[in-house]
Design a protein around this ligand. Structure first.
Ligand code: SF4
Ligand code: SF4
Length: 71
């Protein structure tokens, strides 16, 4: 197992509300132009700087859209 937290955005569950982007202190989550199956431009993981604060996981209104694994 990695010794760093790992965040994943499950693209097809994201509705692009942007809340996780606003609340991430590391700029790890960003908007993209990738359109998902729901027709939204999904949020993506843009860097490896996640500190595992869980802000994104807790604020996301879409169940299952974000998963966070902490070592
Ligand atoms: S856990 Fe915290 S640092 Fe990691 S992506 Fe989510 S908001 Fe950003
Ligand atoms: S908070 Fe959830 S639904 Fe909103 S942009 Fe982030 S992953 Fe997508």
């Amino acid at each position: 197992m990695s010794d760093k937290p790992s965040v994943t955005v499950h693209a097809d569950l994201c509705k692009a509300c942007g809340l996780c982007i606003i609340h991430c202190p590391k700029g790890t989550l960003v908007a993209s132009d990738k359109i998902n199956v729901l027709g939204y431009p999904t949020t993506v993981v843009a860097n490896d700087d996640c500190i595992g604060c869980a802000n994104c996981y807790l604020i996301c209104p879409e169940p299952g859209a974000i998963t966070l694994v902490k070592p």
